[in-house]
Design a protein around this ligand. Structure first.
Ligand SMILES: *Cc1c(COP(=O)(O)O)cnc(C)c1O
Length: 364
């Protein structure tokens, strides 16, 4: 049996005619940038999450970058961020000329709240948390620290659309929630797309300007900015996806449950879920000391897997200048050497899931 690491076509094909007619509607409208579709999506997405404002943007990276910028964080400022994340989270800080201060993760792949306080200095301007793999961070502890030090919190929700902590959506705890709609994400567009949500009206206005050359009124530029607009076609397609998101998440939860119940192998550590958290399983990530051998074993049996992520940002060549050598963040580095994401996507049938479970259990 052959199983790809991920496939996007089956989910599109499930509601193909709806996507086609949404795209057609925009093509025939003659209006392609910042129009009714973007506005409609922004309203629907904010309402779904329980946030007051949503601003559609060009990507998740832009959402993070503009979040940092809207909070007026720049040169000489520090932003606390977990060490185990995708490079885009960290780029959002350094593209604003601020300095990332890495904190080790806890046992759930989120920032370890017990390690945050020691990283705070007089230059700290924000705490950035990443709900990695669709698992919410411990938001009670994070918000308690942020409130004590009066620090804004930026949530990287690129992988956590609809994931909740005590029933509340990720992206609605902090000052700003940043989302990616990259095609592989749970709420994936058909090209690059992203968004910010916030309850703060002045931040919302600020980000609206930043996405449009720093301008609210055409040809009047109140601030500098860039072009980071969500386009009408993606916004129309995203509305279709959003109308199905509960089904998409429910299906992923069922598949993850099958893996959790079926995989029994002393050499494999299964993902843990806290009782306060309801993850959306953007990735199903196991840990294995001999990860590369496990990956090879799966590959030899026709199952492809991905490592999210093999090189932690502090060890990336791009961040050599920060001066963190190997061993500076042992837990982050250990995760990079042991994590493996199993296939989990719409279109995997029971036979394939059972096959993955069998091959996982036969690894020795
Ligand atoms: C995908 C992702 C991003 C970046 O989103 P893009 O839309 O690809 O720019 C940022 N952070 C995390 C954790 C991601 O998974």
């Amino acid at each position: 049996m052959k199983i790809a690491a991920n496939e996007l076509k089956p989910l599109f094909e499930q509601h193909e005619s709806e996507y086609i007619s949404a795209a057609q509607r925009v093509l025939r409208s003659g209006w392609y940038i910042l129009g009714p579709e973007v506005e409609a999506f922004e309203h629907k997405f904010a309402a779904w999450l329980g946030s007051k404002h949503c601003i559609g943007l060009n990507s998740g990276m832009d959402a993070l970058e503009l979040a940092v910028r809207a909070l007026k964080i720049g040169q000489g400022d520090e932003v606390i961020v977990q060490g185990n994340t995708y490079i885009a989270t960290v780029l959002a800080i350094t593209e604003n000329k601020a300095t990332p201060v890495f904190v080790e993760p806890d046992d759930y792949h989120g920032i370890d709240p017990q390690k945050i306080e020691a990283a705070i200095t007089r230059n700290t301007k924000a705490i950035m948390v990443v709900h990695l793999y669709g698992h919410p961070c411990d938001m009670d502890s994070v918000m308690a620290i942020a409130n004590r030090y009066k620090l804004p919190v930026i949530e990287d929700c690129a992988q956590s659309h609809g994931a909740t902590w005590k029933g509340k959506n990720t992206g609605t705890f902090g000052t700003i929630g940043c989302f990616s709609f990259f095609p592989t994400k749970n709420l994936g567009a058909f090209g690059d797309a992203g968004a910010i949500v916030t309850n703060d009206p002045s931040l919302a206005d600020q980000i609206k300007m930043l996405r449009n050359y720093g301008s609210q009124k055409k040809y009047y530029n109140e601030t500098t900015g860039k072009n980071s607009r969500l386009d009408e076609i993606q916004a129309a397609l995203l509305q279709v996806k959003l109308s199905r998101i509960e089904e998409i998440i429910a299906e992923r939860r069922v598949m993850a449950q099958k893996f959790l119940c079926g995989i029994h192998n002393k050499l494999v550590e299964l993902p843990r879920v806290r009782k306060e958290a309801n993850p959306v399983w953007h990735q199903f990530v196991v840990c294995c000391e001999k990860r590369n051998e496990l990956k090879q074993h799966l590959h030899d049996n026709g199952i492809e897997t991905i490592i999210h992520y093999p090189i932690p940002p502090h060890l990336a060549d791009a961040y050599k200048y920060l001066g963190h050598g190997k061993g500076s963040f042992p837990k982050t580095e250990h995760l990079a050497n042991t994590v493996l994401s199993l296939p989990l996507f719409h279109g995997l049938d029971n036979e394939q899931i059972n096959y993955i479970i069998d091959i996982m259990n036969s690894y020795q």
